[in-house]
Design a protein around this ligand. Structure first.
Ligand SMILES: NC(=O)C1=CN([C@@H]2O[C@H](COP(=O)(O)OP(=O)(O)OC[C@H]3O[C@@H](n4cnc5c(N)ncnc54)[C@H](OP(=O)(O)O)[C@@H]3O)[C@@H](O)[C@H]2O)[C@@H](O)CC1
Ligand SMILES: [K+]
Length: 496
């Protein structure tokens, strides 16, 4: 995973070794063209080439595609200026590409069967140029399939910010490494299936990346053979309120299915009376009214991992949070627990703890809006890590997990955006942490997020658009199977 600065760094390193940018561009363009040549829709296509190196990639692509497809090339701004660009243009023409004027293209964009976007890549900054915006509006209206070089023009490659119209992206081929913008908002919506072309640059060493099937397989905890339920790890869920009785139950059931040997819910006694508790869960009604009693704390001392927050509500909680932190057990602060933590950012969480916010809760933790979080999720993540010094899971279309190093979850599906889904996730993390004492919270966070995503994928296969959170719990067995068999999630980026 690369920032723009890192992409430039590896680019410069290649030049230092004497690998010129024209050779890099040639490999990049040739690999992108090879990826697309057999999958392009039938009919004449348009290659849009910008003023920089992204435009150079586009000229290489045009040369390869023109041999099999009717290919027009248009320069919406100016032709690429770098040394050698004229030659690339002439070569594309010699292979059959036709250069067309932008004024002729704008009214006729709808006639093209496909469009290659090589206007801007990592060098984009500021606002989308009006001419480009106009072309994109026409492509958007026509719904034409777009094939993107590196990253969609107008998307900030570091954050994923994008102001242009919605476009149908058939494929993105990026070079050397994926960029954060491919997984940000709304950039992730305009990436489509992502392919990373190895163009001979060095491998990134920053440790950021995504969760691959092999990573998940290698990190799955082994079931302790012959262990009894106490040895498989004990989870306590502190949460629930009269209005929200389901959340701790879902977290608890998910923890069991994720590997915990025993799960106990610690809920207000008034809430207990309204709860339907499945048999495998134990319940401890608390009479503490916002403060945990000595007996509650005795119960909690027996747990290996504590989840704090599901269904807790926002009437009381800050004192109980202080008490739970004081126990020194690995703590998963979720849902309303995060609301209370935001009021006490000075609290230092015990080792192996983690926070599982969505954008809104992350905003609360940082004192900013959800929109500001989503504007640059990676930056918000780093900021929260600096402030709370603990492992984080920032939930979303592409969930980010980790600490100083971030892993992106690739087993994601829109089906996960349903009430209770977060409770299931915190249960899975707790189940993994409790049953695998050797595992770090960052590893458990990544694995849990991946398993949760797979549950969503399986649940969506069974229930289509009607997935509810309890389906995610039902599908956990299949999710673990996908981990065991190293199945590839549908959105996994591919290397070529
Ligand atoms: N990493 C690697 O090793 C490899 C990278 N490769 C490729 O290089 C790409 C990066 O190339 P790049 O640096 O030339 O930047 P690119 O995105 O083409 O655009 C810069 C041009 O756009 C202009 N411009 C910017 N914003 C604008 C705006 N709002 N409105 C109008 N104009 C605007 C900007 O103008 P300026 O900032 O100078 O004013 C400049 O002229 C990368 O994405 C990949 O495709 C491959 O070749 C293989 C090796
Ligand atoms: K592009």
């Amino acid at each position: 995973m690369w920032s723009v600065e890192e992409a430039r760094h590896y680019d410069r390193r290649a030049q230092d070794f004497g690998v010129g940018f024209l050779s890099l561009m040639e490999v990049a363009g040739a690999k992108a063209a090879a990826r697309w040549v057999t999958q392009l829709p039938k009919g004449r296509g348009l290659v849009l080439a910008g003023p920089g190196h992204n435009g150079g990639d586009a000229l290489v692509v045009a040369r390869y595609l023109a041999r099999d497809h009717d290919t027009d090339v248009c320069f919406p701004l100016v032709e690429p200026q770098f040394a050698g660009a004229k030659g690339l243009k002439q070569a594309a023409i010699a292979h059959g590409a036709r250069v067309v004027e932008v004024d002729d293209v704008i009214p006729s964009v709808a006639h093209y069967a496909w469009v290659v976007d090589g206007i801007f890549g990592t060098g984009f900054h500021g606002n989308l140029d009006p001419t480009v915006a106009q072309i994109f509006e026409s492509i958007s209206a026509a719904g034409t399939a777009m094939y993107v070089l590196d990253i969609l023009s107008g998307v900030d490659a570091d954050s994923g910010a994008y102001q242009g119209p919605p476009l149908a992206i058939a494929s993105t081929v990026t070079f050397g490494g994926a960029k954060w913008g491919h997984f940000g908002y709304p950039g992730a919506l305009y990436t489509g299936p992502l392919t990373i072309a190895d163009i001979g640059l060095e491998w990134p060493t920053n440790g950021d990346g995504w969760i691959s099937p092999k990573w998940a397989y290698d990190h799955r905890p082994a079931l302790a053979v012959g262990a009894h339920k106490y040895q498989r790890g004990r989870v306590a869920v502190v949460g629930g309120s009269v209005a929200m009785t389901g959340a701790p139950v879902m977290a608890g059931m998910a923890a069991l299915r994720a590997g915990a040997g025993l799960v106990q819910l610690i809920v207000p006694h008034k809430a207990r009376r309204r709860m339907a508790v499945p048999e495998p869960l134990m319940v401890w009604p608390s009479t503490g009214r916002g403060l945990l009693t000595t007996q509650d704390l005795e119960q909690l001392m027996r747990a290996d991992v504590i989840i704090f927050g599901p269904g807790m509500g926002r009437e009381t909680g800050v004192l109980a949070l202080e008490q739970v932190v004081g126990l020194g057990k690995p703590l998963i602060v979720d849902a309303d627990g995060l609301y209370w933590l935001a009021k006490r950012p000075d609290l230092r969480l015990p080792a192996r703890s983690l926070l599982t916010p969505h954008s809104g809760e992350m905003g609360m933790l940082l004192g900013i809006s959800a929109a500001v979080v989503d504007h640059n999720r990676v930056s918000a993540f780093h900021q929260a890590y600096r402030r709370y010094q603990t492992t984080l899971v920032l939930k979303g279309l592409y969930t980010l997990t980790g600490d100083a190093q971030i892993l992106v979850n690739t087993a994601n599906t829109p089906a996960l955006a349903t009430a209770g889904s977060g409770d299931v996730l915190s249960g899975i993390v707790a189940g993994i942490l409790a049953s695998a004492p050797q595992m770090s919270s960052a590893q458990a966070a990544a694995l849990a997020t991946y398993v949760h995503g797979w549950s969503g994928i399986h649940a969506a296969r069974h229930h289509g658009r009607s997935v509810v959170a309890t389906d995610l719990i039902e599908c956990l067995g299949q999710a673990w199977h996908s981990v065991e068999t190293e199945e590839e999630p549908p959105q996994l980026p591919q290397w070529i």
